[in-house]
Design a protein. Structure first.
Length: 333
């Protein structure tokens, strides 16, 4: 009996279902209710999950950009040079070759930039100046890694990348060291940027003190000239006419040769000894006496004419002592 009652209670009531049917099926203002999901909470959870996933992806992108793990494409016009230069000038021939390579194969290696510390929306390049110049010339966006860098981190990255690529000549590296020192960077930062020890850094700074910047610019990067030759040039310049050397290397004919050749020309010019100017000589002759007197600022020379009066020089020589005594007597000595 109990089981029968349970079945009757659990069965649906047809009369009750007919009573509520018209209310459930009647449309309201043209709205046709959709079939309810069997699990509305699950749908909300899925939507929230998608939003969270997108937010996480955005955060990860920002993190990667901050740590420099993502390569982005930037407008070259928004990128400024590093605040400290590590080059004398970009060689026109090398730049043309790089432009050709990027046109054919694309930019294979990204540059490194940081958000500009003073101008919002702009960037400052740490390394990749030539690649940046090439993309500007081609008119394409530059592939770059964006990383938050302090001034110290930027110059270390700048110097280490160029050292690894053996991209800078010795004199350019020496100039970079000098410019960092002028900006009050510590020796530890400069050594880290250039990958050198204290002794090597000291020699670089010696070269820059010995060789004027005007002469360095006149010579150029001189990629095949190393430390020893630059030190040698610096030593020879101590006794050379530096202005004359700069003038010769700045002439049109000198600009047509390579910077290595200009260095060798500078070394030769610094080695030439300037001939001492000959003293002005005043020549006089006493009438009737076969002696020529040649007088300079420091003394006088008597030249006896041995053909006209042979032996006269010995005659005068024997009487010099007496003449000198007479001279002193007249002066009251």
């Amino acid at each position: 009996m109990a089981r029968k009652n349970l079945i009757e209670i659990s069965a649906p009531n047809p009369a009750r279902a007919d009573a509520v049917a018209p209310r459930d099926n009647r449309p309201i203002a043209g709205f046709v209710p959709q079939e309810r999901s069997a699990a509305p909470v699950g749908g909300i959870t899925k939507t929230l999950g998608n939003i969270t996933e997108k937010m996480e992806r955005a955060s990860e992108l920002e993190r990667q950009l901050a740590t420099g793990q993502t390569i982005v494409e930037l407008d070259p016009g928004l990128i400024d040079a590093s605040f400290v230069s590590d080059r004398l000038a970009i060689d026109a021939a090398e730049l043309a070759q790089l432009v050709l390579q990027i046109r054919e194969h694309g930019q294979q290696v990204p540059i490194l930039v940081r958000p500009h510390p003073e101008t919002r929306g702009r960037y400052q390049v740490a390394y990749g100046h030539r690649r940046l110049a090439a993309t500007r010339e081609i008119g394409i966006r530059v592939r770059a890694v964006v990383r938050d860098l302090t001034d110290g981190q930027l110059v270390v990255s700048q110097g280490q990348e160029n050292s690894a690529r053996t991209n800078l000549s010795y004199i350019e590296r020496a100039l970079f060291a000098s410019r960092l020192e002028e900006r009050s960077f510590g020796r530890d930062v400069i050594m880290a940027a250039l990958g050198v020890d204290k002794a090597a850094l000291s020699r670089m700074l010696i070269v820059i003190r010995q060789v004027p910047l005007e002469l360095v610019n006149a010579i150029g990067a001189a990629p095949d000239i190393g430390r020893r030759r630059w030190l040698e040039l610096g030593e020879r310049l101590e006794k050379a006419d530096v202005e004359k050397i700069i003038a010769e290397l700045s002439a049109d004919d000198a600009r047509k040769i390579s910077s290595d050749e200009r260095f060798h020309r500078a070394l030769v010019l610094a080695t030439k000894k300037t001939a001492a100017p000959k003293p002005a000589v005043a020549k006089t002759q006493v009438s009737g006496v076969p002696v020529m007197i040649k007088k300079t600022a420091s003394g006088a020379t008597f030249v006896f004419d041995g053909k006209t009066a042979p032996g006269f020089d010995l005659f005068v020589q024997e009487r010099l002592k007496g003449l000198f005594q007479e001279f002193n007597k007249d002066r009251g000595a």
